[in-house]
Design a protein around this ligand. Sequence first.
Ligand code: NAD
Length: 529
Amino acid sequence: NVPIRNICCIGAGYVGGPTAAVIALHNPHVRVTVVDRDQKRIDAWNGRHLPIHEPGLVDVVRLARDGSSEGRRASSDQAEAGAMDGASRIIGTVVESARMPNLFFSTACVETIGQADMCLISVNTPTKLRGVGSGRATDMAAFEGACRDIAIHAKAGTILVEKSTVPCKTGQLIKDIMEAHRPGVVFPILSNPEFLSEGTAVRDLMHPDRVVIGCESTISGHRAAAALANLYATWVPRSRIAPINIWSSELCKLAANAMLAQRISSINSISAICERTGADVSEIAKSVGMDPRIGPQFLKAGLGFGGSCFRKDIASLTYLSESIGLPEVAAYWQQVLTMNDFQRDRFARHVIATLNNSLRGKKITILGYAFKKNTGDARESPALDVLRILLEEGPRRISIYDPLCSVSDIKRELTVLEAEYAACMPDGPIEIVSDPYVACTDSNAVLVLTDWDMFKNTKPIAALSKPVAMPETYDGTTGTTPNDILHVNLHMEQLAINKPSKPSVPPTSLLAELASRLIPEPTCPVDCA
Ligand code: NAD
């Protein structure tokens, strides 16, 4: 058995922070240090307000980072009665004794790597933006940088674990980097892809459906895999820990994300057919999902997938397929991305068409910027693609409200639009506001682009296929048309089918209240029955 006393996790992001915290929580005798070059991020992890929002994360981090002077006992009875404090709820039935802090956050990368028995590499691996493979290949610059730091500073025999999502055969790249800097020294390499979803990261880490550990078929590879498996086995049943071939492990993460995204594009393609035929995509999804061979998950039609993973992982898969001489396979997966773009495009154009093909002089409100509910992650939001198309029509104002995304994060995402719309950014039409009522005031259209619970019970004010009233004085360039406020729901089926959805519970949600307070029911100027 390889004893693991010191773990260094490189990258304090959405994966590194929560993963390290949960490993530390369940392995109180192991010192886990998360390092990052970003001083601000590390300061936040060491402070009261963590840099990422995940339900339960604060409790886990506090226990492992700050320790506790007395034991905590949490029984499942207490859990059911809701009588436990936050930390105990997360830990469930684990019986805790007093513990010393064993989770640390630091920018001292070199020193921490030098002391580690195991290095988890969880740095960002985005899509390359220029050069060979631009737009599809994985940008491995941060990953290679971390590997070089390890190669130079790590003790001989340190176990290297790929937690980042990387192209198949990255294990060989790590080996080459190690060999170039430390010829002849053995560094066992493992692949341990992370399957957590943002918004449920702690739950996913606490109760993973599988832990995949890929290793080389060597004695040192198997020993290293056993050492990592032992860390997980402190809270994950052994039956869920799957040791596999390292290349399978690298590829299985891309395959899982590609298949999940493919289901979303598949149902979205059906939604487009529904809108032309009068079929209802939600009825179809329900019926199709009742087939146990298919299942109900990931069958919700909408704006398509966003976030930092699905798009880039499928792009990486298409690039890999092409580079190994499989253009048909690349084309197959490319279509999943094409369908996703089509969906945003279709949605935005539908909004424009409904507002009489021009946004000049009009105000649009966007409720929800995060790529999905329960996360403050603003990366790769579907809203960005919608915004890009709306901006082309020269709206007077676009107001954005999101309950969790920070203004600075949204602004950073919008910088990509600055170059394209230099004339109107940043003093131009876009404003990010912290009050949803302010965001909606005087709007011509309210678009709900994230499925936040607070926007549930939405009450479409006008179905999109109805013509929009224009005041007689409206000259097409100035002024708003407050009677024409239009609510466009996230779900495409409601967008296309000319029937307002009925709230299933009393209209207490924000948007329902908003509708009754601010938005008058439209009076349709022409016969649109
Ligand atoms: P992130 O951008 O939130 O965090 C990465 C961190 O690594 C950044 O803080 C960056 O400063 C740091 N970093 C980069 N190079 C470094 C270096 N050499 N030394 C020290 N720190 C360095 O990224 P993330 O969302 O946590 O994703 C990390 C990886 O996990 C990616 O490969 C991603 O595809 C994968 N993944 C992400 C998710 C998710 O939901 N976000 C889920 C599963 C897998």
